[in-house]
Design a protein around this ligand. Structure first.
Ligand SMILES: N#Cc1c(-c2ccc3ccn(Cc4ccc(CN5CCCCC5)cc4)c3c2)n[nH]c1N
Length: 242
């Protein structure tokens, strides 16, 4: 997969080259290119924004600059691309979104700032490629860069070879519709708190049951919406007894 990010703050995306994802890039499992939107300005002030038509707070990002930038970035590689535009007004970005995008050959992320990007940039792009306007959550950020860091990590960890232990991607929270339960490691007792006996029993069936019960308990407590959204056949008799 190739990932391109267009932003006026390229430095914000530096964390993409750290740790697990950095190693995946070095291993050639994923390609990442970050582009400075201002490279496609032609005025001395490198203007990327202007006042909103119809009035209102703040500034809107100019369509001309974005159009030239996306044309150039898309032309740099022949693979078909999906354009992703983070916005507070977007559809929710979920694990299912990350799983769907993990199958793409190429993702191009457009990081807006100010009050966002002129809508015509999205509308014009949508005439020639798939475009998703997405939000990472119901809170307001100052720009799209942090959202792109979140989404790129969520997608990249699903790519073959990126995670050392691929099973854990399948056992993620949300993959089975539930939150994952508590995890423990050594020491056996820490500040007077011990690891639950069942996890040291060696009885894999009992351990699996305990973990499922803790996941159900946590999901019911913290995300009852997820429990309500589970398909009818997702809970077996033992789950229902819990
Ligand atoms: N993903 C994601 C995000 C973002 C996000 C993503 C991309 C951009 C680009 C610019 N901003 C800043 C911003 C902030 C508020 C508003 C709404 N206006 C407020 C004033 C009155 C009018 C409406 C617009 C633009 C962004 C924010 N925020 N939260 C998420 N989950």
């Amino acid at each position: 997969m190739r990932i391109d990010v267009v932003t006026i703050f390229p430095g914000y995306l530096a964390p993409l080259r750290e740790a697990l994802l950095g190693r995946a890039i070095e291993a050639g499992l994923v390609e990442v290119a970050v582009h400075d939107l201002r490279d496609w300005t032609h005025d001395v002030h490198q203007a990327v924004d202007d006042a909103p038509y119809g009035g209102g707070p703040g500034m809107v990002m100019k369509p001309q600059v974005w159009g030239e930038a996306l044309d150039a970035v898309l032309a740099a590689d022949e693979r078909p691309a999906r354009l992703v535009v983070p916005t507070p007004a977007g559809r929710p970005f979920r694990q299912s979104t990350a799983q769907a995008w993990a199958g793409e050959q190429r993702l191009v992320f457009a990081c807006g700032r100010y009050e966002g990007i002129d809508q015509r940039v999205v509308d014009e792009a949508a005439a020639r490629m798939p475009v998703d306007e997405v939000s990472i959550g119901d809170y307001v950020l100052v720009g799209g860069e942090v959202a792109v860091l979140v989404m790129v990590e969520a997608v990249a960890r699903l790519l073959p070879g990126v995670l050392g232990n691929p099973v854990s991607a399948e056992q993620d929270s949300f993959s089975d519709g539930l939150l994952e339960g508590p995890a423990y490691t050594r020491p056996l007792t820490w500040r007077g708190l011990s690891v639950p006996e069942v996890l040291r029993s060696g009885h894999h069936g009992a351990i699996a049951r305990w973990r499922r019960d803790r996941a159900l308990e946590r999901t019911a407590d913290r995300r009852p919406d997820l429990l309500a959204a589970l398909p009818a056949d997702a809970l077996d008799a033992a789950d229902r007894a819990f």
